[in-house]
Design a protein around this ligand. Structure first.
Ligand SMILES: [Fe+2]
Ligand SMILES: [Fe+2]
Length: 372
């Protein structure tokens, strides 16, 4: 479980500490230490997902600290970011030889946040190499899709639509096999929230629709809709998307904008199936008409969006976030029962809970507890 893995920062400079706090407040719990020896102790005692090393450590200095860390097999691939004086090329080169990503001081918050996200994601993605072929292929296709849309500035291009079809086909192949819980477990260790959530919703929809006897073409369509349903969140500021406390009314307004944004991003491409766009636009509608963005009621909401709302709520409740572990499946089911008839369609919800218990959470068949 990666959601609550902390970042360790060895740094004494007050200005750097303040910039780091500000840049990474939404990423993970942060542990600051001022001494290199204390850094080593903390690394051994806690689960740390990334180390940031300033050049002004007391006790064990920055270079020595990096050498000590790398000498231990369990930290051989720990992502390390070094904060270096811009004129001190020799230190930067020595750190780089130990696999340290160097950033010049004074560090810029945006560059630091991006380096942290890349470092942690690369480590998680390397761990996928040990998975069997189909879960590994599904994760790399889905990540390639997320990266393609991000790199294209939120545009859904012909290339990304080819990848979405391939990834959705792999997800449907995985549905109903032991590989699905394994893939979901590996996925949950990645901390790019929107990527993880979209793939999880797509996977739940594939499993659910297959169990309802939906044909292969429509199962793939639903998986595609899941993979794309929240791409509008790529436009949502991270400080809102990852805010650990309650959102203000203004922040909620911005958060809710992701549904029309997802639809708009797809409509612009003029190549996405209309059903997929509707799911993106309407997955937050509630059957009693109190949802958003349109306040549609009952049969005004298309069937695929009604199914997607169930998978979306389950995923949102069980997803790990930087500051909290996901809810256990049974607790999520209890909460979802209270939404039956108001937010979620009751008979489909009942069926969803049975299917998830049987195939994903392990409560029905003893399969791995992969939805956590
Ligand atoms: Fe959403
Ligand atoms: Fe969602």
């Amino acid at each position: 479980m990666n959601g609550t893995q902390a970042i360790l920062i060895g740094c004494r400079h007050l200005g750097d500490r303040s910039t780091i706090s500000q840049a990474l407040a939404c990423s993970a719990p942060l542990h600051f230490v001022e001494d290199g020896w204390a850094c080593m102790e903390k690394l051994q005692a806690e689960t740390i997902s990334l180390l940031i090393v300033g050049g002004d450590l007391a006790g064990l200095g920055g270079l020595e600290l990096v050498r000590s860390v790398r000498s231990k097999a369990q930290f051989a691939d720990l992502p390390i970011i070094g904060l270096c004086e811009p004129h001190d090329r020799s230190t930067a080169q020595r750190l780089a030889r130990s696999g340290v990503h160097c950033l010049p001081r004074p560090v810029k918050p945006g560059a630091l946040a991006a380096a942290v996200m890349r470092g942690r994601a690369a480590r998680t993605e390397r761990s996928w190499q040990t998975l069997p072929t189909l879960p590994r292929k599904t994760l790399s296709q889905s990540k390639a899709l997320y990266d393609a849309i991000s790199l294209d500035g939120g545009q859904v291009t012909t290339e990304s639509l080819t990848i979405v079809r391939e990834a959705a086909a792999s997800i449907v192949d995985l549905a109903g096999t032991q590989g699905m819980p394994e893939m979901l477990e590996a996925l949950s260790r990645h901390d790019t929230y929107t990527f993880v959530h979209n793939v999880k919703v797509a996977s739940l929809l594939a499993v659910f629709s297959q169990s309802l006897g939906v044909g292969r073409h429509d199962c793939e369509l639903l998986a595609q809709a899941g993979l794309l349903h929240d791409i509008g969140k790529m436009r949502t500021p991270l400080e809102i998307l990852h805010k650990p406390s309650r959102l203000t009314a203004d922040e909620w307004r911005i958060m809710r904008q992701h549904a029309p944004d997802s639809a708009e991003m797809m409509r612009r491409s003029e190549q996405v199936d209309a059903e997929i766009i509707l799911v993106a636009e309407r997955h937050h509608e509630k059957i009693d008409g109190t949802g958003y963005p349109f306040g549609l009621k009952g049969t005004q909401i298309d069937n695929l969006s009604v199914l997607a709302a169930i998978a979306d709520v389950y995923s949102a409740l069980t997803d790990h976030r930087p500051y909290k572990a996901g809810m256990p499946p049974e607790k999520a089911f209890d909460i979802m029962q209270t939404m039956a008839g108001s937010h979620l369609e009751p008979s489909l919800l009942k069926r969803f809970v049975t299917v998830m218990r049987d195939t994903i959470t392990g409560a029905g068949t003893g399969m791995a507890d992969a939805a956590e």
